[in-house]
Design a protein around this ligand. Structure first.
Ligand SMILES: *[C@@H]1O[C@H](CO)[C@@H](O)[C@H](O)[C@H]1NC(C)=O
Ligand SMILES: *[C@@H]1O[C@H](CO)[C@@H](O)[C@H](O)[C@H]1NC(C)=O
Ligand SMILES: *[C@@H]1O[C@H](CO)[C@@H](O)[C@H](O)[C@H]1NC(C)=O
Ligand SMILES: *[C@@H]1O[C@H](CO)[C@@H](O)[C@H](O)[C@H]1NC(C)=O
Length: 497
């Protein structure tokens, strides 16, 4: 009852729950000039199938599902989601507004597994053309007006081994340049654009140097990434700072001139996952260089990284063991302290190095900074804007009650679950949504293993072994980028051009 009336009282002021973040020095800052740490979760219910172009469906197209998940993610304690595959032509107003009211920012990949949906590792020169670039611009159009749009990823793990590092870098930097130019010309604010890298150590630091250096040494170089992120799975089980190599990452990135963060983390080689890296990620040493990270991932899919399990038949959700553990790890930290570090004055970040092939260590990695020109026809789209233009805007949301059943790991139903709308310029933190759930000590079932009552989880475990070995990054990317059939379709399509 009390909850109900609070909701109604707040609903009049909803349209602007979070304020846009900005990049200052090598960090994100909030409107009070505090350094913002990303506490995120990868959000792609259904995996790559969650983007269903034929039915106008993507992860942010259904308000009732977003209401359900925003409430659950609020309860978990996160302030950011990362969404991989979006359809610029469907309406996202309700979902964006719900996440906004919940104090949750969105990091959005501009690519998709569809034909002309992304730059391909094996033939970047053929996949860089007007239809593709137009798609990246269209995603910017669709999301630019939401205050909780935090950043765009121009690419995810497109460079994933030495072979792809021979051809991809100039094309990837060119795509980043085009999107940045589009943002500069068509957006009211400078929404950051950058690259999400595979944590393949042979190419990681070269990728970082290649994308974040400045041609002519000027930091406003339009082809220089505004942010850099990596998908990192090096902390498995109860690891530590040295064993996981986090010390190497802090050392290697400490001169960064742009915000850097984990665009995925959460190794699943040891299950259930203890998530002890959370304390390290938001500890002083790591957060003096990094801006937090995104846990992979919200829903249980074939590769076995889920925090919750969605039942597709009735859209009910069951919280899994890892959800409770991660929630506890987040709750342990002193967020007032973590999120309360004041930004230093503008200009105190390390200067970006001048782009030069001597920044690149590997002999294979393409250190050519002369970028390909924009493909034919793109200059017109860049100057006039995408046509027809996808439009998005925050709307008032007054209904926050979750309509689907959400269950604890033990099967008991969580009652009265609702998104708790936050006050203006607040972002979500552990404790804001205090719906009662099962105590985590009493959760026994390991997530995703055959002890789960769902019959389809058995079949998944084989895949997950393959995925999590080398690095979960590669596994997850495979699941989220191109299914083999789409690749085939693309090859045929490209051949016709
Ligand atoms: C550009 O994107 C918009 C929005 O998705 C689409 O309607 C239009 O057909 C695209 N144009 C080109 C040239 O690909
Ligand atoms: C960081 O900058 C310092 C001072 O310029 C330099 O000595 C050091 O080698 C740099 N570290 C890395 C990893 O680039
Ligand atoms: C660098 O890339 C540009 C543009 O694609 C190309 O014209 C040039 O030949 C390349 N330079 C080298 C040394 O490969
Ligand atoms: C599932 O549990 C069994 C038995 O405890 C274990 O051998 C197996 O590795 C587990 N699989 C996963 C994916 O955790």
């Amino acid at each position: 009852m009390l909850i109900q009336s609070t909701l109604i009282a707040l609903s009049a002021t909803l349209a602007a729950a979070v304020k846009p973040l900005t990049v200052k020095n090598q960090f994100f800052v909030d409107p009070s000039d505090n350094i913002f740490q990303i506490v995120g979760v990868a959000y792609q219910p259904g995996g790559s199938a969650g983007y269903d172009a034929a039915h106008g469906k993507d992860p942010l197209s259904n308000g009732d599902i977003c209401r359900r998940d925003a409430a659950i993610l609020q309860l978990l304690g996160v302030n950011t989601i990362r969404v991989y595959n979006l359809n610029p032509d469907v309406n996202h107003d309700e979902c964006a507004s719900i996440f906004n009211a919940a104090g949750i920012y969105m990091i959005l990949d501009v690519n998709s597994p569809q034909v002309a949906g992304s730059l391909q590792s094996w033939n970047p020169w053929e996949s860089y053309y007007d239809t593709y670039v137009n798609r990246t611009f269209a995603v910017v159009e669709a999301f630019k007006n939401y205050d909780n749009t935090l950043a765009f990823f121009s690419g995810n793990e497109v460079i994933n081994n030495l072979e792809s590092s021979r051809d991809v870098p100039p094309y990837m930097r060119a795509v980043t340049r085009d999107i940045k130019n589009y943002v500069a010309k068509h957006c009211d604010r400078k929404i950051p654009v950058g690259y999400s890298a595979a944590d393949v150590r042979d190419v990681l630091f070269d990728s970082f140097e290649y994308f974040t250096c400045a041609k002519d040494g000027k930091s406003d170089d339009p082809s220089r990434a505004d942010i850099f992120a990596l998908n990192s799975y090096s902390w498995c089980g109860k690891s530590d700072f040295q064993k996981s190599g986090y010390d190497v990452l802090v050392e290697g990135f400490k001169n960064t001139s742009v915000p850097i963060f984990y665009s995925e983390y959460g190794c699943n080689e040891v299950q259930p996952r203890p998530f002890t890296e959370v304390g390290a990620i938001y500890g002083e040493e790591f957060s003096s260089v990094f801006s937090g990270g995104v846990v992979y991932e919200y829903t249980q899919e074939e590769n076995d990284y889920g925090l919750v399990k969605v039942n597709e038949k009735d859209q009910s959700v069951t919280l899994l063991k890892d959800f409770y553990t991660l929630k506890d790890q987040f709750a342990k930290l002193d967020w007032k302290k973590v999120q309360g570090v004041k930004s230093k004055k503008e200009g105190s970040a390390p200067k970006p190095p001048k782009c030069d092939s001597n920044l690149i260590q590997s002999e294979d990695f393409n250190g050519n900074f002369t970028l390909p020109n924009m493909p034919p026809n793109v200059d017109k789209i860049l100057s006039k804007g995408v046509s027809p233009k996808p439009k998005g805007q925050l709307i008032d949301v007054s209904d926050f009650k979750v309509k689907y059943t959400v269950k604890n790991a033990d099967g008991s139903v969580i009652s009265n679950l609702a998104v708790k709308p936050l006050a203006s310029d607040e972002s979500n933190a552990p404790g804001t949504n205090d719906a009662k759930i099962q105590s985590s000590d009493s959760v026994v079932a390991p997530s995703g293993n055959s002890t789960s009552s769902d019959s389809d989880s058995d079949a998944d475990s084989e895949d997950s072994d393959v995925d999590s070995k080398e690095s979960g990054a590669a596994g997850s990317a495979a699941a989220l980028t191109l299914p083999a059939m789409v690749m085939g379709a693309f090859a045929i399509f490209a051949g016709l051009l």
